[in-house]
Write a protein that binds this ligand. Structure first.
Ligand code: UDX
Length: 447
């Protein structure tokens, strides 16, 4: 008989995982503690912009016309425990307010709410990004609280999905990491992922701490690549080198690789910044803080990029104050194909210039609602052309396709001065310069 799956937490990770599991043919029950979320999901709607996710949900949510009906949602822990053979815990682990450490309260609440209802055999699978050592502790929570005793087991199976590519990453993962303590747990996880779509995907079996560490070390490595190239951008800036050419040239060495070497205003979002900080905090607790002191530097290089973009903007306006200057900002989200503005470098730069007296107007294809909520005092426009109208300088801060397709001549007709600062090294300098623009990017020669 086919396994029945539950997904606890229906945020960006959980909603995607639940829909993907239904797509793979499983009966799925999703749980959330927020009634509004459940109501939306039951209508086949998602509160976030994630390409392909709504379509995937609509193909499976019970009650939607033409849907498979394999996906349902509830707020009832007992129903979830009764229904599922495998329970995926997908709740978030944000950064604690004012601290580096991550907030485990949602994960802890999920385990203490579910465990007392687990009366029969069940596999609980942690997917959230957690400090190493959490799985061991949560296994003890399960053993203490689940009436099923040893029949209720834990596995750790981190996710690596990227915002904007969540559906693809879930249905076609690069690898599956399974932290397990028994053959039974491994067999069940293999059964979940033994679908035609996941065929050929490497399946790496580990212990608990290694599974937890795979996630945090992968994100630390990615963050390191970005800060490395941004450090090279600073050196290029000081020596008239060109960081884009440098990245291309070093990237041909396949030990280095081309990806994650785009210099600019750096990384943001709900994962990389908080994950490297939580990793440092955890290493400190384990007495291994020296091993990760380099991450402090990675973080500070990253944060410095935002200030440097502000300074580049100031220079391009002749130095001095921003008072009376009109600054257009293209992009608000932390990356394209997402409406997520959490720790967004683009909004941070826009906010700094605004606080220093600049008249800032922001446009973003999908992030306007979230940006307005977070930074209500910034100016906003409904299109790129409207945002740049009368601008003394245009900042390109999130590399949406829409911005790559802009016609420099049309934009040139709207601005007060044709000055473009590319904070993402994603536009073609030759095209913009040919249309009479002064094009500048961090780590690249002025002309
Ligand atoms: C990241 C990891 O990639 C993913 O595997 C993990 O599961 C969650 O965290 P995500 O937060 O969606 O995913 O964003 P990612 O695509 O990694 O980009 C992070 C940030 O780095 C963005 O702000 C992006 O603009 C920036 N970035 C990326 C660069 O500045 N330069 C690059 O070369 C690549």
């Amino acid at each position: 008989m086919a396994l029945k799956i539950t997904v606890i937490g229906t945020g960006y990770l959980g909603a995607t995982h639940a829909a993907a599991m239904a797509e793979l043919g499983f009966e799925v029950l999703g749980l959330d503690v927020v009634p509004e979320k459940i109501e939306m999901l039951q209508r086949g709607e998602v509160p976030i912009y994630e390409p392909g996710l709504e379509e995937l949900l609509r193909r499976h949510v019970a009650g939607i016309e033409g849907a498979s009906g394999r996906l349902r949602f509830t707020m009832d822990w007992a129903e979830v425990a009764e229904f599922g053979d495998v329970h995926f815990v997908c709740v978030n682990t944000p950064q604690k307010h004012g601290e580096y450490a991550c907030d485990m309260s949602y994960v802890d609440a999920a385990f203490t709410s579910l465990a007392p209802h687990l009366k029969g055999p069940a596999l609980v699978v942690g997917k959230s990004t957690v400090p190493v050592g959490s799985a061991d502790r949560l296994a003890r929570t399960l053993a203490e609280l689940a009436p099923a005793g040893e029949d209720a087991e834990l596995a750790w199976n981190p996710e690596f999905l990227r915002e904007g590519l969540a559906v693809k990453d879930t249905l076609r993962p690069d690898r599956i990491v399974a932290g397990v303590r028994s053959e039974r747990a491994e067999k069940l996880l293999r059964e979940v992922y033994a679908t035609p779509l996941a065929e050929g995907t490497p399946f790496v079996v580990t212990d608990f701490p290694t599974a937890e560490l795979v996630k945090t070390s992968a994100n630390s490595f990615l963050a390191t690549k970005i800060s490395f190239i941004n450090a090279m951008a600073e050196v290029c800036e000081a020596s008239d080198g060109d960081v884009a050419k440098l990245a291309e040239a070093i990237g041909y060495d396949d030990r280095i690789g081309k990806k994650f070497l785009r210099a600019g205003i750096g990384f943001g979002g709900g994962c990389l910044p908080k994950d490297i900080r939580a990793f440092m905090a955890r290493a400190g607790e384990l007495g291994a803080d020296q091993a990760l002191t380099f991450l402090r530097e990675i973080d500070s290089i990253n944060m410095r990029q935002r200030g440097q973009m502000v300074e580049l903007t100031r220079q391009s306006l002749g130095g001095g104050s921003f008072l009376g200057k009109r600054v257009a900002v293209l992009g608000a989200t932390f990356k394209p194909d997402s409406d997520d503005v959490r720790d967004s470098p683009a909004l941070n730069v826009a906010g700094q210039i605004h606080l220093q007296g600049g008249q800032v107007t922001v446009y973003d294809p999908k992030g306007m609602g979230n940006a307005r909520r977070l930074f209500p005092t910034l100016g906003y426009a409904d299109s790129a052309v409207e945002a740049v109208r009368g601008a003394d300088v245009v900042l390109h801060l999130t590399e949406w396709r829409e911005f790559r397709e802009l016609d420099p001549a049309v934009l040139g007709g709207a601005v007060s001065q044709r000055v473009l600062l590319d904070g993402r090294n994603a536009l073609d300098p030759a095209v913009w310069r040919a249309a009479g623009w002064t094009y500048r990017a961090m780590g690249r020669p002025a002309a």
